[in-house]
Design a protein around this ligand. Structure first.
Ligand code: TYM
Length: 335
């Protein structure tokens, strides 16, 4: 196995929409926990985003925005390698190799593929199908030990582990087999319009999602409109999926437990509770938003972060690629 003095963390976010508090609480906020003790790679996965049709100008802008949000959410570029996937060509290169170690049946079983094909029936392209092998390549390229993600990515991560184990069993130890890191409380933030569905950045119903960049009045309005059951008690129990979701969000923004929240709102109604959730969320996001605005005004800085990130990531990726190429039996062009 490759020698490493620190364990490696890798994760990625698609620049395919304006990020939601699901992305924030389920993923990005957790990324910051690792910066001191781990070697951290956080990637803006633009190659994944093109599995669904994107407008080029929007993709470009969102790539900058996603990088800026990483930093605004507390990821220091001096302590973390922040980079853009398409700047390191080894991702696509390894993905091809891993495609040859991934079964058609495995990819056919991926629920995200089934969901996305249903939503994009006119564009069920091969990239959508092989998306999980590109994701496996992202992770395995850096000899990653841990991958912080929301629970919707668990199946993809299990496949990445299977691919790594399969490759290792054929060629001997090549890849570290990664572990998911999915804190339970925020593993799946649900839609505010339909608490049986995940909050998703591509949801067309604006009331379903709270965006990290929504202004305070919009955040409060969206929480006020959040769909809940017809009861009146603030209780964390089955059958009250909307209230459970709001309690999880409130707990995540305030650090309070479900018991503490039940006590705090004992005898109070949904209206008061929803307002408190909106305020807690808006207050926590305010510093992220002002930092984001500053960063978006300094494109040169973002480009500098991108360039340094690509260089750092590229160096690590080349090491894994040369090992993989040798194991597979590819020749070298001697110059
Ligand atoms: P993406 O861009 O859809 O989402 C980014 C991260 O946010 C998490 N997430 C959520 N967590 C909790 N509740 C929600 N409602 C919610 N919505 C999204 C996702 O689980 C994810 O962690 N395939 C990935 C991107 C990716 C990746 C990788 C991740 C590409 N390569 C390698 C980890 C490692 C995706 O589409 O995430």
């Amino acid at each position: 196995m490759m020698y490493k003095d620190k364990k490696v963390v890798f994760s990625g976010v698609q620049p395919s929409g304006v990020l939601t508090i699901g992305n924030y609480l389920g993923a990005i906020r957790n990324f910051t926990e690792f910066s001191d003790e781990y070697l951290c790679y956080y990637c803006v996965v633009d190659e994944h985003a093109i599995t669904v049709r994107q407008t080029p100008a929007d993709l470009r802008r969102r790539t900058y925005e996603t990088l800026a949000l990483y930093i605004a959410c507390g990821l220091d570029p001096e302590k973390n390698t922040l980079f853009v996937q398409s700047h390191v060509s080894a991702h696509a290169e390894l993905a091809w190799i891993l495609d040859c170690f991934t079964m058609f049946g495995e990819l056919s079983r991926m629920t995200q593929f089934k969901d996305k094909s249903a939503k994009n029936a006119d564009n069920i392209n091969a990239g959508l199908f092989t998306y999980p092998t590109l994701m496996a390549a992202d992770i395995l390229l850096y000899q990653t030990d841990m991958v912080p993600v929301g629970v919707d990515q668990k199946q993809h991560l299990e496949l990445a582990r299977d691919i790594a184990e399969r490759f290792n069993s054929v060629f001997g130890d090549t890849f570290v087999v990664p572990e998911p890191y999915i804190p339970k409380a925020t593993a799946k933030i649900m839609s505010l319009a339909d608490p049986s569905k995940k909050m998703s950045k591509s949801d067309e119903n604006e009331n379903a999602t709270v965006r990290i960049l929504d202004p305070k009045d919009v955040i409060i309005r969206k929480f006020k409109r959040a769909v809940t059951d017809s009861g009146s008690e603030i209780k964390y129990e089955d059958g009250k999926e909307g209230i459970k979701n709001l309690m999880s969000i409130y707990g995540a923004f305030t650090g309070k437990t479900m018991d503490e929240i039940e006590k705090e709102f004992d005898g109070k109604g949904y209206g008061e509770f929803k307002l408190a959730v909106g305020e807690a969320c808006a207050d926590k996001l305010a510093p992220v938003q002002s930092e984001f605005a500053k960063l978006m005004n300094d494109k040169a800085y973002l480009e500098d972060v991108m360039a340094k990130g690509a260089e750092n990531a590229g160096r690590a990726a080349v090491r894994t690629m040369s090992k993989v190429r040798r194991k597979i039996g590819f020749t070298e062009a001697k110059r």
